[in-house]
Design a protein around this ligand. Structure first.
Ligand SMILES: [Zn+2]
Length: 97
C-alpha cells in the first residue's frame, strides 16, 4: 500500500482543497409568482412551467392557504404588468429622442 513519504504542510493541504466546495445552485425567478426556482423545472410554489400549469398546487392546500396563495399570485401578476408597461413606455421615449 502506498504510504505518504513526507508530511504535506498546511498551505499545501489547503491548496489541494481550495477547489473542493459545493457551488451555489443557479436560480431564476419564476415568471408567474416571482419565487426563486431552478431553471427548466416546474415551479414548486405555483406549479407552472413555460406558462402552462403542470401541477395544481392549490388542490393540495387547505382553503385558507388557497386564498392566501391565489392572492399572492394575483398581486405578482399586477406588478408584472406594470413592469411590462414601463418597458414599452421607455422604448417609446427613446424613439422620440
Ligand atoms: Zn411560480
Amino acid at each position: 500500500m502506498a504510504v505518504p513519504k513526507q508530511r504535506h504542510n498546511q498551505s499545501r493541504r489547503d491548496r489541494r482543497r481550495k477547489n473542493i466546495y459545493i457551488d451555489s445552485p443557479v436560480l431564476i425567478t419564476c415568471p408567474k409568482c416571482g419565487k426563486p426556482v431552478l431553471p427548466h423545472t416546474i415551479c414548486g410554489y405555483c406549479g407552472f412551467y413555460k406558462n402552462k400549469e403542470y401541477i395544481n398546487v392549490l388542490a393540495k392546500l387547505e382553503k385558507k392557504e388557497q386564498k392566501k396563495r391565489a392572492k399572492e399570485m394575483k398581486a405578482h401578476e399586477k406588478t408584472e404588468h406594470s413592469h411590462d408597461h414601463e418597458h414599452e413606455h421607455s422604448g417609446k421615449e427613446t424613439e422620440k429622442h
